[in-house]
Design a protein. Structure first.
Lengths: 229, 421
């Protein structure tokens, strides 16, 4: 009982903490300052070469993993093959906590906690990107606050999770199949709806999410977010 | 009343079993008893979920003859030299540590009246619920000239382990320019893309070690799983090496001669160096002995995987006849969780949730050239019915194929963790 109360508390905090910063217009000059945190590994000029990480030219709204000379992690290559595009929304999630968005990414950066920092640095990155916004698939994927506010049934989520564990290991390990244990509920719900709406392109996940109801997705999110990483 | 009788019988038989076979624990503590026969993708998963989710409320016994279980899935990758045999072997230590009573013995009979399973090593185990997940056996006389007596000369390697090692040894011993023949099975059978992934992996090995060798497949079917993907891959990687003879070209008219190492396809005799005969299949024999089969397979209710012949017996995986799901390790694992949920609900009153099933089969065609097919399913009154599915496309980029293969490796770790941890 106390467990459930605690978990639902955590859940509601997670919802309150959900930010839509990425859809706001960022401050490019502030973004330049934030980007200083990135420059030890990333170059960003039209003729930039790779450093520890790839040069960040034409990144925003482009397919992931496309900087030719850079040798990406297996995790990023898998995500790219499954259709990951660096939309502002995806970049926002990635930059918030890179290892949570893409476990086993080579990027050893802890993340930008402040939504404004992310919005601004993405705006700055966008000034070095010429990819047409209109060309990205399913641009502007968003889910409503109503869906995010559905309280999930943890017990049902635990049962449903047995379908996930055939591929996703519970112990937090990931091996070309990402870890989902301990994922924040809002990220979980957003990702599952993105698959269901065919915004994210992985066929297995589109199929699995395609027959889950909003309540079932909420139940899974509640269960997985209740687990320790 | 029924409970008293059961308890009485359970105690008597368990005591007898303890005397005859010390491995079998006495079930004198009054917990409901679930016996699982077969420790593969269906049985190991069911036992694990029952033990894990009941938190000690159930007495779970798993009967499995082998101490090291070799998964059929990925055994083709062992043949192709992509994996070692040790990569596909798993032990039951961690299931035993969960409190599951793991008994390494053959189940040789089921008495559904007294609710007992008898063991080859002597003794018997009593159950309140019995889960049979015995995999497959072969239909007698399915391939003219082949029988279990000739299975070492002409291995099936369709139960992984020593048969896989035997086939691999024969493959590596092939003379330069030799012939590898496969007799493919008729539907339905375990792992629909399996024979064709195997041919791909055999070709992968031969291309590097014996490039003038040939592969012939005699197939009783006019088409097969992922056919377009395999044929595209064979043309890309192994052009001219593989000759598939479907039923329209006489592939359904086959006999073999193990002494002469000949295969006769539609009247034409060919001398071969390896003959991999995969005969028609049926449910593992214990299902037949338990009297729950109808024809070659054991019909079940889709919502719980319970036998149509007995509500206290459940059949998982390849042995079951359930509707639209292919016979695969993934399917068995998926069915096991639905079954465990239903069995636990019946015995402990825990909440029973609606059945959901899914399956994905990955196949490796060549180095980093992975493809997949999958679907989701639901339980209807008649059967497990397909809801939605997908398949890899021909002409996909090398990046996608590589990611698909890497994903299959991730899945292998995932499912074996889900079975044995």
């Amino acid at each position: 009982m106390i467990d459930k109360l605690l978990i639902s508390l955590v859940f509601s905090i997670a919802i309150c903490g959900f930010d839509v910063g990425a859809t706001e217009v960022g401050d490019v000059s502030r973004g330049l300052k934030v980007f200083k945190k990135c420059t030890s590994c990333h170059a960003i000029s039209p003729d930039a070469r790779k450093r520890v990480g790839p040069a960040l030219i034409n990144i925003v709204n482009a397919p992931a993993g496309q900087v030719g000379e850079y040798k990406y992690s297996k995790a990023l290559r898998a995500a790219a093959a499954n259709g990951l595009h660096w939309t502002p929304e995806a970049l926002d999630l990635f930059l918030k906590k890179p290892k949570a968005f893409l476990p086993k990414t080579k990027m050893s950066f802890r993340g930008l906690k402040k939504p404004a920092d992310r919005t601004d640095v993405i705006a700055y990155l966008a000034t070095f990107s010429t990819v047409e916004t209109a060309a990205k698939p399913g641009a502007g994927f968003e889910i409503s606050a109503d869906i995010l506010s559905i309280a999930g049934d943890i017990e049902y989520g635990e049962y449903l999770s047995s379908e996930c564990t055939t591929c996703h290991q519970m112990n937090g390990a990931s091996d070309a199949i990402p870890n989902i244990t301990g994922w924040p509920a809002d990220d979980f719900v957003t990702a599952m709806h993105a698959y269901r709406e065919k915004y994210r392109s992985h066929p297995v996940m589109q199929m699995i999410s395609g027959r889950l109801s909003n309540d079932e997705i909420a139940a899974l999110a509640a269960y997985y977010s209740s687990l320790k990483k | 009343m029924a409970l008293d009788r059961r308890k009485f019988l359970g105690n008597t038989i368990a005591v007898a079993a303890t005397l005859a076979a010390p491995m079998v624990k006495a079930g004198s503590h009054g917990k409901p008893r679930v016996v699982v026969v077969g420790g593969g993708a269906g049985g190991a998963t069911a036992a694990r979920y029952l033990a894990k989710d009941s938190k000690g409320a159930l007495d779970v016994t798993l009967i499995e003859p082998t101490r090291t279980y070799y998964t059929c899935f990925f055994s083709n990758l062992y043949l192709g030299g992509v994996k070692d045999i040790s990569d596909i072997g798993h032990s039951y230590g961690r299931l035993a540590a969960r409190g599951i009573n793991v008994v390494h013995d053959w189940a040789i009979g089921v008495d559904r009246d007294t609710k007992t399973v008898s063991l080859a090593g002597g003794g018997a185990v009593s159950y309140d619920k019995l889960i049979l997940s015995p995999g497959i056996d072969f239909v007698d006389g399915a391939v003219d000239g082949w029988s279990l007596e000739t299975q070492n000369a002409m291995p099936h390697a369709y139960k992984a382990g020593s048969q896989s090692e035997l086939l691999k040894a024969q493959l590596t011993a092939m003379p330069q320019g030799g012939v590898y023949a496969m007799v493919a099975p008729p539907n339905p059978y375990r792992c629909p893309p399996g024979p064709y992934e195997r041919v791909s992996m055999v070709a992968h090995y031969l291309k590097a070690n014996n490039p003038t060798a040939k592969i012939i497949i005699a197939d009783p079917k006019p088409k097969f799983s992922k056919m377009a993907l395999f044929q595209e891959g064979w043309a890309n990687h192994y052009d001219g090496m593989i000759d598939w003879i479907g039923s329209e070209f006489g592939g359904d008219n086959v006999s073999v001669d193990a002494a002469a190492m000949n295969i006769t396809i539609d009247g034409e005799v060919t001398k071969v160096d390896v003959c991999n005969v995969i005969p028609a299949m049926k449910a593992g024999r214990i299902a037949e002995l338990a009297g729950v089969t109808d024809g070659n397979w054991a019909p079940v209710h889709a919502a719980s995987m319970s036998s149509k012949a007995d509500p206290d017996v459940y059949i998982l995986g390849d042995a079951s006849s359930q509707g639209d799901m292919p016979k695969s390790g993934f399917s068995a694992n998926s069915q096991a969780k639905v079954c465990a949920n239903a069995v636990r609900g019946d015995l402990t009153g825990s909440k029973v949730f609606p059945a959901k099933f899914s399956n994905t089969c990955w196949s490796l065609i060549g180095t980093n050239d992975g493809v997949k097919v999958g679907a989701t399913y639901k339980a209807t009154a008649e059967k497990i019915a397909k809801v939605d599915g997908f398949i890899s496309k021909t002409g996909e980029s090398a990046d996608i194929r590589k990611a698909t293969y890497e994903e299959s490796e991730g899945w292998y770790t995932g499912i074996t963790t889900d079975m044995f941890s």
